[in-house]
Ligand binder design. Structure first.
Ligand code: SF4
Length: 415
């Protein structure tokens, strides 16, 4: 590895980190809950905001790799052993100094740190933990820390990481076991899932301990997340959604991130030549949202897919499901239960809550619903309200063109 100054390393290692999508933060609370003064930063404070977390807060993170050198050879990864990229490696002190100086300049509110595997999983994990330890214990850093966890590392090291980091993540990488063994032969699905299970246990123990003893140390208070690469193997959307649902259920994940495979320079010949449409990644996020906040099962999301198990790109999965289940509509906005209203295309959680609270006082007209939504045109065929009754949906062969987004809207998104 040639000698590089910190600026050159930053350029290489920030660029190398851009392929990891799992760095949005959410659900953490201010670390200094003791109320003591002193210490740097707080995840609840405001800085320069670059991304929105699911809880609505803006947060900006310094997102880097400790090193892009790696002893593994995952086909889809630009940092794999056989890749012909320039390598760089930060020392622990360099990452600590960069984080502090960026924080003090108000460029960031936290750190996302991942790494290629150097020497061994344990050695790499030790280095990641040491960065977090120095930030917390030596510099009293109270900003957000997200550490990528190496699945094969010693559980004691992973435990130490959880005592310093707000969030830990372990990448499941690919939706199927066969995809993983073909494209990442040194990784093992059972070992990855074993590490996630172990992490879940530690996170839950940490929560229980904090409920009983205020002084108990926090353990990864923002939970764990993972990332799946989409489009590098042959898994279809139904398989991906089913896998994600299983991960949420079994490991209590806060988020599954979907990262559309992007062709890398000097790519392995076993990879596809083109990235999947960005809209596919977007539809998977919408499906994920349906499962987490709208009560859809993975089977129901799968029912919205086409015969090859792929979600439609031209309409969102909620609308696709509704069009396939026309017998469930129209719903009376003045009497339908919350779970049913959440299935109406175009009605979000906030709008449904607004409907439920308004109808306690009076009967609603379609104009009242319009005030709670962005576009009433999409909703009209699915709702009955005072003074409004649509034609019976099952009789309307022309319904889809009426409610589907216009072609120009889709092109705008693609652009
Ligand atoms: S272990 Fe991580 S960094 Fe190394 S090749 Fe695989 S995906 Fe890339």
């Amino acid at each position: 590895m040639s000698r590089l100054d910190t600026r050159a390393k930053l350029s290489i290692l920030a660029d190398a980190a851009k392929y990891d999508a799992s760095c949005a933060s959410s659900g953490t609370s201010k670390r200094d809950s003791s109320g003591k003064k002193g210490g740097l930063g707080s995840t609840e404070g405001s800085g320069i905001c670059h991304s929105y977390a699911p809880d609505g807060r803006c947060i900006s993170l310094l997102k880097i790799l400790l090193t892009n050198a790696c002893v593994f050879d995952c086909h889809y990864c630009i940092n794999r052993k056989s890749s012909n990229v320039q390598r760089a490696r930060f020392t622990v002190e360099e990452v600590v100094d960069l984080t502090l100086s960026f924080y003090r300049r108000n460029y960031i509110e936290g750190l996302f740190l991942s790494s290629g595997i150097i020497r061994s999983p344990d050695y790499t994990m030790e280095q990641l933990v040491e960065v977090a330890r120095q930030l917390r214990e030596v510099h009293q850093f109270r900003g957000y820390i997200h550490l990528k966890t190496i699945p094969d590392a010693d559980p004691d090291l992973v435990h130490a990481a959880g005592l310093y980091a707000d969030r830990l993540s372990i990448n499941v990488e690919l939706p199927t076991v066969s995809g993983l063994s073909r494209l990442a032969p040194e990784k093992s699905a059972p070992r990855i899932e074993g590490a996630m299970r172990h992490l879940r246990g530690s996170i839950e123990d940490g929560h229980d301990a904090r409920k009983r003893y205020k002084s108990a140390p926090k353990f990864a208070p923002a939970g764990q997340s993972t990332q799946m690469i989409v489009g590098a193997d042959s898994a279809n959307d139904t398989e991906i959604v089913t896998k994600a649902s299983g991960l949420y259920g079994r490991f209590g994940l806060r988020r599954v991130y979907y990262s559309a495979f992007s062709p890398i320079p000097d790519a392995s010949s076993v990879l596809p030549l083109q990235r999947p449409p960005l809209m596919r990644e977007h539809r998977l996020y919408q499906s994920d949202w349906l499962m987490r906040f709208y009560g859809y099962s993975p089977q129901e999301v799968g029912a919205a897919a086409d015969t090859s198990g792929m979600l439609r790109l031209d309409i969102d999965p909620k609308l696709a499901w509704a069009l396939k289940h026309r017998d469930r509509f129209p719903l009376d906005v003045n009497s339908a239960p919350r779970e049913a209203l959440l299935r109406v295309p175009g009605l979000g959680v906030k709008a449904v809550n607004g409907i439920l609270s308004a109808r306690r006082w009076r009967r609603l007209r379609i104009e009242d619903v319009a005030r709670l939504t962005v576009s009433i045109a999409k909703l009209r065929p699915f709702l009955i309200a005072d003074g409004w009754k649509p034609n019976v949906l099952s009789d309307r062969a022309d319904l889809e063109p009426l409610v589907a987004p216009k072609r120009e809207q889709l092109e705008l998104f693609a652009a």
